[in-house]
Design a protein around this ligand. Structure first.
Ligand SMILES: Nc1ncnc2c1ncn2[C@@H]1O[C@H](COP(=O)(O)OP(=O)(O)OP(=O)(O)O)[C@@H](O)[C@H]1O
Length: 461
């Protein structure tokens, strides 16, 4: 505990002083703060081993409501925080509720020194154990051992509502079962498909992603199954298709709901026979691929309408994963927003203080039709628009602006121009880096292929 760093937040300076005097003798550092509004800034700039938080600040004397709200905020910003609540004698029931809400313990005021120290020591230890476990799981994830239950918790898939889905991913990944991922655009289907691959024994083999919905009828077969030289006018060389490229690994077929009846029939044959024949050849090649499909369409409805073959559905949906829309999981909005905020603040070298509780509440109310992708872009734009000279509270204005106007329309003229320039530059660099591969560029930029196509068109690239 001697190398621990603590944060104490209480609006009573006497309490802060007394607690610091006691604790300073036992730990490396004790930060004290009267104003809980500073919490986002402090958490974004420090790593605390334990945080002691008062339940009642002046504005709201005894209900503890402010304490709960700040506890939530702390866990949004730094989900692994160990928070201990300070509470007046008689508030024990409230403290118990707070523990259910994610605090690790509580201390009654006025405190007994021994008990207070013991509570802090336990929290610091719990934090240390959790960090060691996380480091261990990370190591395993990159290593050969696929049996680590905690591995997927260490991926960058954020949000409490995603936990049950990640548990299923862990269970299903090591099997070769076909997986169908359902969810609206931007809910994380691609991310989950990659997580399944990463946690399977195929992780060292290719992960090949194909947006089958974007393939024209004439390209479908040669793109997926390959062709031989001379098979059609543009076929100057033999070329392996995406299934062959994925051999030994995983193939991810996105927008599967958009296949035409003849494409469905051709795909079904390949899946049944587990072999592909290049266009223009008569030699069948055996393939060993794990199949993951995704769609934002309601496939059962499409089967009922006879627009999607039932036998194909049964072949691809051994395991079905439903990703909820972001509006159905408002609790994840704060966690995702904080995650992207940190990510982009670092990427664009911006100093940002965090989201105000009022804005966060507004964001939780918003419907997010573009789901996580829209939220991600709103935060990115807000971080870019944040002026370096406005540090505290900088985010509020631009994100409000972006958020109110939708992530894609009208920002003030100069900002739009700046952003467009930046966007054009980013796309240009990525196109050079990946030699024009739309899939790779779209992945790097966090755009769907369609969104990337729209931008390429807009910029005349
Ligand atoms: N839970 C999450 N945690 C962190 N990032 C996420 C999460 N869900 C989605 N994202 C991010 O949001 C963006 C969109 O996600 P993704 O491409 O996986 O969605 P999708 O459902 O496949 O979208 P589409 O249907 O448009 O192809 C990506 O940048 C992804 O990294």
């Amino acid at each position: 505990m001697q190398d621990a760093k603590l944060l104490l937040v209480d609006d009573d300076p006497d309490v802060l002083l007394a607690a610091r005097l006691l604790l300073k003798r036992h730990v490396a550092a004790v930060d004290i703060e009267k104003n809980p509004e500073k919490l986002p800034f402090l958490l974004n700039n420090n790593q605390y081993d334990a945080i002691v938080l008062d339940m009642n600040f002046q504005r709201d004397v005894s209900s503890g409501r402010e304490g709960f709200a700040w506890l939530d905020r702390i866990l949004d910003i730094a989900p692994d925080s160990k928070v201990i609540l300070f509470t007046a004698y008689g508030d024990v029931e409230m403290a118990v509720r707070a523990i259910k809400a994610g605090a690790v313990d509580f201390v009654l005021k006025p405190w007994q020194n021994d008990k207070f120290l013991e509570t802090i020591r336990k929290a610091v230890e719990a934090k240390k154990e959790a960090s060691e476990e996380a480091g261990f799981a990370n190591g395993k994830k990159n290593g050969k051992d696929s049996g680590d239950k905690k591995a997927s918790k260490q991926t960058n898939i954020i949000g409490s509502a995603m936990r049950p889905i990640l548990d299923t991913v862990e269970q299903v990944a090591p099997t070769d079962a076909n997986v169908l991922i359902l969810g609206e655009n931007g809910t994380g289907k691609d991310l989950i498909a990659r997580a399944i691959h990463e946690h399977s024994d195929r992780r060292d083999k290719p992960f090949v992603s194909v947006d089958v919905g974007a393939l024209t009828e004439s390209l479908f077969e040669s793109e997926l199954f390959g062709h031989v030289k001379g098979a059609f006018t543009d076929a100057r060389d033999d070329r392996a298709g995406r299934f062959e490229e994925a051999n030994g690994g995983t193939i991810f077929l996105d927008e599967i709901g958009n296949l035409t009846p003849s494409q469905q029939a051709r795909l079904l044959t390949v899946l049944q026979q587990r072999q592909v024949t290049r266009v223009g050849s008569n030699k069948a090649r055996l393939i060993d691929v794990r199949l993951i499909c995704a769609t934002n369409a309601d496939l059962n409805e499409r089967v009922a309408e006879r627009a999607f073959r039932q036998d194909l559905l049964y072949r691809i949906n051994t395991i079905e994963l439903h990703l909820p829309a972001l509006r159905e999981r408002p609790g994840d909005v704060g966690q995702l927003a904080e995650f992207f905020l940190k990510k982009y603040a670092k990427q664009y070298n911006r100093s940002v203080s965090g989201l105000s509780p009022a804005l966060l509440a507004e964001m939780k109310q918003y419907q997010w039709p573009g789901n996580v992708r829209e939220l991600q872009h709103a935060v990115e734009r807000a971080v870019i628009l944040a002026r370096p000279e406005l540090t505290t509270g900088t985010l509020l204005e631009p994100i409000n602006f972006v958020f109110k106007n939708g992530a894609t329309v009208a920002t003030p003229v100069s900002d739009t121009l700046q952003l467009e320039d930046m966007e054009r530059q980013l796309i240009k660099q990525a196109m050079q880096k990946y030699r024009g591969s739309i899939t790779d560029v779209a992945r790097e930029l966090g755009l769907s292929r369609q969104a990337l196509y729209r931008r390429l068109e807009k910029f005349g690239m």
